[in-house]
Design a protein around this ligand. Structure first.
Ligand SMILES: CCCC/C=C\CC(=O)SCCNC(=O)CCNC(=O)[C@H](O)C(C)(C)COP(=O)(O)OP(=O)(O)OC[C@H]1O[C@@H](n2cnc3c(N)ncnc32)[C@H](O)[C@@H]1OP(=O)(O)O
Length: 282
């Protein structure tokens, strides 16, 4: 075999190493770049990465796995080239089985805390629409790079949802208060130019690999910091944002469950789901 061929094969081998998250599911995939030590965490629940119980549990496990295996950073992206994430799986909220709803909402709270407080540098390569909790996943990260042609935001008020405090906090941790408030009240989905203008995203990329490279460059900017000092400083900076959820997770859970179970919420959701389904049949 030619030396150049061997070199290329070595390069291919070193590029990425898949690591499992111990539950054997493919709802998320983790690959660690052997050279940079950065893990790419890919959402992989067709068709639109809507977050159901299983995806949330899987995602949380993958985030923890990435921290345990000593990765230098985490890049969150999607295997779908049009949708980063369509947010919560609305079927989990519609006429829910109460035990499953409790497990679902707990998994959502836990996953958000894990990502928001992750000790490693985090960045989102947003290669598709990031809607509602899809946007929350991106804003929980420290840096956002997005591809043109897609929308990002929390449009809950448009379809009659009041979002829980930790979702508001996620927006407020990135946007100035008056912009976050106006966008939430309008139920605004931002185009890429609008998102860049208000710093909801940090950079625009011209493709997924460019987005990953830009995220890796951001993560590389911490190379000269001491990881424990960085992690503790991040935790302190974000401490106030997570106070409510850490102090009283069960109270927060109860409040959300009460709201989800109201006839008002259920009726609105029924109409919205029917619209979504009829749109997808067009
Ligand atoms: C107290 C609780 C408050 C919580 C408030 C907010 C939190 C949330 O995250 S709620 C979720 C909000 N998300 C949405 O409203 C997104 C809705 N989806 C879309 O706008 C589009 O699907 C999207 C732009 C993401 C992608 O468009 P397309 O590529 O054209 O796909 P389709 O629309 O054809 O969808 C394919 C398939 O998926 C179903 N779908 C889409 N999103 C969801 C979802 N969030 N939950 C459940 N199912 C979803 C859609 O109905 C289609 O299904 P089929 O008809 O069976 O093919």
């Amino acid at each position: 075999m030619l030396r150049s061929q061997t070199k290329l094969m070595d390069l291919g081998r070193r590029l990425c190493r898949s690591i499992g998250n111990n539950n054997g599911s493919n709802l998320t995939m983790v690959e660690v770049d052997d050279k940079t030590g950065i893990a790419t965490l890919t959402l992989n629940k067709p068709p639109v990465n809507s977050c159901n119980l299983e995806l949330l549990l899987d995602l949380n496990e993958s985030i923890k796995q990435i921290e345990r295996n000593g990765s230098r950073g985490l890049i969150l992206t999607s295997s779908n080239d049009k949708v980063f994430s369509s947010g919560l799986d609305l079927n989990e909220l519609h006429q829910p089985n109460q035990d499953r709803l409790i497990a679902f909402w707990r998994a959502l709270q836990d996953m958000w805390l894990s990502l928001f407080l992750s000790r490693v540098p985090t960045a989102a390569a947003i290669n598709g629409h990031a809607i509602a909790v899809g946007c929350v996943l991106a804003t929980a990260c420290e840096y956002r790079v997005m591809l043109p042609g897609f929308s990002i935001g929390i449009h809950a008020t448009k379809f009659g949802y009041v979002v829980p405090p930790f979702i508001l906090i996620s927006y407020l941790s990135v946007l100035p208060r008056y912009i976050a408030e106006r966008a939430l009240l309008q139920g605004k989905l931002f185009s890429i130019d609008e998102a860049l203008h208000v710093n909801l995203i940090d950079e625009v990329a011209d493709g997924k690999s460019d987005a990953i490279i830009k995220c890796a460059k951001f993560i590389g900017s911490f190379a000269k910091t001491q990881p424990d000092a960085r992690a503790l400083t991040k935790r302190q900076t974000r401490a106030q944002d997570v106070q409510l959820l850490i102090k009283d997770p069960e109270g927060q859970l109860r409040e959300s469950l009460e709201y989800i179970n109201t006839p008002f919420f259920q009726q609105g959701l029924e109409v919205y789901l029917a619209k979504l389904k009829s749109k997808s049949k067009e």
